[in-house]
Design a protein around this ligand. Structure first.
Ligand code: 4G0
Length: 234
């Protein structure tokens, strides 16, 4: 998979791209992450990427010119069909189901905005999918892009090691992950539940299933109701 990231701050992605599962996936040749600086596609002497909103009002708006030029440049670098994504608080909320669909595509292009958002013609003209990682505002789309990249890359075949491959379960199913423990058996007076030390695999499995349900009921009842916005998609 090829992932293009269009941003005013490409350096923000440096360690993220090199580290952990994303870094390993890159080294294994499973993903190529290419950053392009939107500011390199400005045409005025001040290298402007934003301007005041028509009609007045606070803040600045990302201009069309540099964004379109940057998208066209990045897309010309590779012939695979590209899926364009805009990270915005107005987008469709990201779910694991959606992440799985994105992980099936050959090429993603993520556009990170800043300021009070994009000129509306960026939305219309790019015909991009708008994604939000949650109902809060960030000062830029970069952290949201990293969330999308991380969630997608770990699903690429071969990205996870054998010890990691079951970690997707919390949101692949419709319940939350059960409580996990590792050494030591006692820490500051808190002990590991006896059943996990028993070696009775059927009992352990039953305990985990029950704990998953208890936890989901108390923390995320919307996942069990089959009518919550999250669960209706899974
Ligand atoms: C576009 C995404 C981009 C519009 C980006 C802000 C939160 C998210 C940005 C705005 C972002 C998210 C209208 C403030 C950049 N913040 N929740 N900031 N506006 O996914």
């Amino acid at each position: 998979m090829r992932i293009d990231v269009l941003t005013l701050f490409p350096e923000v992605f440096e360690t993220f791209i090199e580290t952990s599962i994303v870094g390993r996936a890159k080294n294994r040749g499973l993903v190529e992450i290419i950053r392009t600086n939107i500011r390199d596609f400005t045409t005025d002497k001040h290298r402007s990427v934003d301007d005041k909103p028509f009609g007045g009002g606070p803040g600045m708006v990302m201009m069309c010119g540099p964004v379109f030029a940057c998208v066209e440049h990045a897309e010309a670098m590779d012939s695979r069909p590209v899926h364009r994504i805009l990270l915005t608080p107005q987008g469709q909320r990201l779910t694991q189901r959606h992440v799985r669909k994105l992980a099936d595509l050959p090429r993603l292009l993520l556009v990170c905005g800043h300021y009070e958002g994009f000129d509306e013609r960026i939305r219309l003209g790019l015909n991009a999918e708008e994604i939000s990682i949650g109902d809060y505002v960030l000062s830029g789309g970069e952290p949201a892009a990293m969330v999308v990249i991380d969630a997608v890359v770990r699903l690429l075949p071969g990205a996870l090691g054998d010890d990691e491959s079951s970690v997707d379960e919390s949101f692949s199913g419709d319940v939350l992950e059960y409580p996990q423990y590792t050494r030591p058996r006692e820490f500051r007076g808190m002990v590991v539940p006896e059943v996990l030390l028993s070696g009775h695999h059927a009992e352990i499995e039953a305990w985990r299933k029950e704990q998953s349900l208890v936890r989901t009921r108390s923390r995320r009842p919307d996942l069990l109701k089959n009518e919550g916005p999250q669960n209706s998609e899974t």
